[in-house]
Design a protein around this ligand. Structure first.
Ligand SMILES: Cc1cc2nc3c(=O)[nH]c(=O)nc-3n(C[C@H](O)[C@H](O)[C@H](O)COP(=O)(O)OP(=O)(O)OC[C@H]3O[C@@H](n4cnc5c(N)ncnc54)[C@H](O)[C@@H]3O)c2cc1C
Length: 408
């Protein structure tokens, strides 16, 4: 089989790459190890940028809900902080089944070919040039550009020789629930707490009776991880205490999200990565759907350029990477990743929940929003330093202590 682009993985990054590449008239083949496109959007929370990338309106049937407020709260003390839409911009809940169908239908009607039950084993090389993918042990697709959109444990990445020296993974579960009691379906919640560990539990209501509920946790050390209750138990406890006696789970899924920011290099001769495989995830909130859609769409545009130029050399594929690294989303990913990295080191030997409690009870919504987005203005940085000097000093000392014991 020959094509212009072969894409491994039908998550949001691979789906949009296939949809956009085929829209540009490229011959695209998508290999997916599962029998169908399923469960690709996880929590389903996105920003309005995702809607623009998907070319859908807020009233589209692909959009289940819209949030007016996001609340950060401590499960232990109830300390909380609310960020409203004026500061945050709009946040939406997508319907994953409908979005998957939309992208798959658009791609296939443009001529893209989806091959299911096709597990990518490795890239195929001619000299240093990647020229396609070997899958299911003895099958091959040859292409000008090979795209690794095959998630956090990408085979394309590892066999093409990309590395991720600062790998920091967040492990998570998502439940979909029905027959719940939700007081305010237009508020999304992020909870911290002792049982949650280094991460957060989240509630994204779909309606007054249905919700997505999940948890994401980063292991700061094996001991710290083992001391925590299993993540599914933490979710079950939340359901019992908050969602009413009739709440029932209708779907469970889990996954892994990279939180250390962009990997050092994600393009080479004939090959490029996008999505989780390249670390294109906003680390602090673990949000990858919007960022993966953005990266996949950008890569498809470059695939068109490379195909027209018939040039898939490393010097040409790197133009995608260079443009990507200059985008606002990439800056936000890198800034929040630095924060996440520092917090995870701090948490090895110190108590991150006490620090989180302090932040929730003292920080204002505007500042919290800037920190989450990874765009802290100089003014905010100064007031953070002065208002939180004792906390900053404690964090600094704790961080230095961790570095001294476990290294950078
Ligand atoms: C519990 C949880 C909740 C989340 N909630 C949100 C949220 O609400 N909002 C948000 O923005 N982000 C969320 N995320 C993060 C987001 O889901 C990911 O960042 C995003 O899905 C990554 O997209 P991707 O296309 O890069 O990879 P993936 O979604 O991981 O897709 C990779 C695809 O490749 C396939 N594949 C893997 N290996 C191979 C192979 N060897 N050959 C062929 N196919 C292969 C997989 O089957 C899969 O279909 C959440 C993550 C988790 C774990």
């Amino acid at each position: 089989m020959n094509s212009d682009v072969v894409i491994a993985g039908a998550g949001p990054a691979g789906l949009i790459a296939a949809e956009q590449a085929s829209r540009y008239g490229l011959k695209a083949v998508l290999l997916e190890k599962h029998a169908a496109v399923t469960d690709s959007l996880m929590g389903e929370l996105v920003t309005d940028k995702a809607l623009r990338l998907l070319r859908i309106k807020p009233d589209s049937e692909c959009v289940t809900n819209k949030f007016n407020r996001i609340v950060g709260e401590s499960l232990d003390t109830g300390a909380h902080i609310a960020v409203d839409r004026g500061l945050l911009g709009s946040s939406y809940l997508l319907d994953e089944d409908k979005v998957q169908l939309l992208l798959s239908n658009r791609a296939t009607s443009n001529g893209a070919q989806f091959v299911f039950k096709a597990r990518a084993d490795s890239v195929v090389k001619q000299g240093d040039q990647v020229v396609g993918v070997r899958y299911n042990q003895d099958q091959t697709v040859r292409a000008g550009l090979t795209v690794g959109a095959d998630g956090s444990f990408s085979r394309i990445s590892s066999t093409a020789g990309f590395t991720h020296p600062k790998w920091l993974l967040s492990y998570g579960y998502r439940f979909k629930l029905a027959d719940c009691r939700i007081d305010d379906p237009n508020t999304a919640y992020f909870y911290v707490g002792r049982d949650v560990g280094l991460g957060y539990l989240w509630l994204y209501p779909r309606s007054r009776t249905e919700t997505n509920l999940g948890i994401g946790r980063v292991p700061s050390s094996k001991n710290n991880w083992n001391a925590l209750p299993p993540m599914k138990d933490v979710l079950q406890k939340y359901i019992r205490e908050h969602l009413g006696p009739n709440a029932r789970i209708v779907n469970v899924n889990g996954g892994v999200v990279p939180c250390a920011g962009l990997i050092p290099k994600f393009t080479g001769a004939g090959v490029a990565l996008c999505g989780n495989s390249a670390g294109q995830v906003s680390s602090i909130v673990g949000g990858g759907v919007t960022t993966c859609l953005h990266a996949g769409a950008l890569l498809a545009r470059h695939a068109k350029r490379m195909t027209e130029q018939n040039d898939f050399s490393a010097r040409n594929t790197v133009l995608y990477e260079k443009e990507y690294r200059k985008t606002k989303l990439a800056h936000s990913i890198q800034n929040t990743a630095m924060g996440m990295w520092a917090v995870s080191r701090y948490a090895m030997l110190n108590d991150p929940i006490a620090a989180a409690e302090k932040v929730l009870s003292q920080l204002d919504a505007k500042t919290l929003n800037e920190v989450i987005q990874g765009h802290v203005s100089p003014g905010t940085a100064m007031s953070l330093l002065t208002d939180f000097l004792p906390l900053v000093a404690r964090l600094g000392m704790g961080y230095v202590r961790s570095i001294a014991v476990v290294g950078p």
